[in-house]
Design a protein around this ligand. Structure first.
Ligand SMILES: [Fe+2]
Length: 432
């Protein structure tokens, strides 16, 4: 059902919005694009003019990154965990983190701890005959290697819980959350010091593996980014002629709404996506890449409004498919794609939730490629809502509701239990 916003206090034409996937998606897209154009025009600027502002900003960053790469400079900022813990992160690192929207935290966990967790996960899955019972891929989002998966639908191993609720993880998450504006207009959008322990899977890629990787994409949503009222408010400055004020670090309106259901959705608000390295990984062995420009989201959101895009097209973005970033529509952004440096076991890797990322292909991988996915998902209305599902899944040992209903761990006796939770864990699951 179409609705138009009743909150039209700025004198600009309101936007139609759809709280669930419209029955007639092409006509909804035509309608929202016409409304977005009309709204921008009513502000006294053209879509082309507004897009040119963001394009200039992003192209400058791309040139800066390409030049830095040519000089052999590192693109990903790095910080030692000890500096986060001591509150001594250098201002230059903070400003690089803001500029690039991504970070490697060295020694987030002691190396021996990470290696012990890696072994603990192997013992957990082998001891529970996971491979004998593995039924194959339940979603088409990730690719598999041979008969064993690359992404394991395992959520409740003791090592995962220990990492999620550890003090070291909580400190880094709070530091990352603090890079955002969590309070504005008298609203506290999220609590930077409390994480909601978003449960995700693990990846184990063995030596010798061939992997096609993942093309550049985004994870925060698909067409709902334009069609849901909450997101229209998140991106309000892109759509009301004040594009210069668009700030990718402003959490306003991000933490209350929801999004369209689908197998690629994340119900939680994440300030940063992230993973914890469980082994050493060389930079040329099929690692994570990002377009380290948080403002590129503005480019992606405005690009479909230009005249060369079909009226019912969104530059390849479709419901229930990862948001693709392609040569056809987003060519100027791609030269900035930059991989993580060599990673050691115990390091963590983080990237802004709106950021374009990919995984490079690899042939005959040297060494393992093992990570636990653990984001920063601070406590907020949206994450509190999802925490209810997480609690139920944790207690029953089932797959969390954002993921395929595979439920491998339901009957595994040595999975993490309520008695294994510390105060951070209990708070994160909303039990205290
Ligand atoms: Fe992704």
């Amino acid at each position: 059902m179409t609705k138009t916003s009743a909150l039209n206090t700025d004198g600009l034409p309101p936007l139609p919005h759809w709280d669930s996937v419209p029955d007639d998606l092409p006509s909804a897209i035509r309608a929202v694009k016409a409304a977005l154009r009309a709204r921008i025009a009513a502000s006294g600027r053209s879509v082309e003019e507004v897009f040119a502002v963001i394009e200039r900003r992003v192209r400058d960053r791309v040139e800066e990154i390409v030049a830095a790469k040519r000089r052999g400079e590192p693109i990903w900022p790095e910080v030692d965990y000890a500096d986060i813990a001591a509150g001594t992160v250098a201002p230059a690192v903070l400003s690089q983190l803001h500029r690039r929207g991504c970070l490697v935290v060295r020694g987030n966990f002691p190396r021996e701890q990470a290696l012990a967790w890696d072994q603990g996960i192997v013992d957990y899955i082998e001891g529970n005959q996971f491979f004998e019972n593995y039924r194959g891929l339940a979603d088409d989002f990730f690719d598999s290697v041979g008969s064993k998966p690359e992404i394991y639908p395992i959520y409740w191993s003791p090592p995962q819980l220990q990492a999620r609720q550890s003090d070291r993880m909580a400190r880094v998450q709070a530091f990352l959350n603090d890079q955002w504006i969590s309070e504005s207009d008298g609203v506290r959008w999220f609590d930077p010091d409390r994480d909601s322990l978003y449960p995700d899977r693990i990846r184990r890629r063995p030596p010798g593996a061939d992997s096609k990787g993942l093309g550049p994409h985004l994870d925060p949503g698909t067409v709902d980014l334009w069609l849901i009222q909450g997101y229209q408010q998140v991106f309000r400055h892109l759509f009301d002629g004040t594009v210069e004020r668009y700030d990718p670090w402003d959490a306003a309106h991000r933490t209350t709404g929801s999004q369209y259901a689908g197998s690629t959705m994340c119900s939680a608000f994440r300030t940063f996506q992230g993973w914890t390295a469980l082994c050493d990984m060389a930079h040329d062995q099929g690692v994570l890449h990002t377009v380290p420009i948080p403002e590129a989201m503005g480019y992606l959101m405005l690009r479909p409004l230009l005249a060369d895009v079909p009226p019912d097209g969104m530059c390849g973005v479709r419901v229930n498919q990862a948001f693709p970033v392609t040569r056809e529509w987003h060519e100027p952004l791609l030269p900035a794609l930059s991989g993580v440096p060599d990673i050691q076991a115990g390091d963590t890797v983080w990237w802004h939730c709106d950021m374009i990322h990919s995984v490079a292909p690899v042939t005959d991988q040297q060494g393992w490629g093992n990570v636990m996915y653990i984001p920063a998902a601070p406590w907020c209305p949206r994450n509190e809502r999802y925490a209810e599902q997480v609690r139920a899944a944790f207690l029953a040992g089932t797959s969390p509701s954002d993921f395929p209903a595979e439920h491998y761990e339901r009957d595994w006796d040595n999975r993490a239990r309520v008695t294994d939770l510390n105060a951070t864990g209990r708070r994160g699951l909303g039990l205290d």
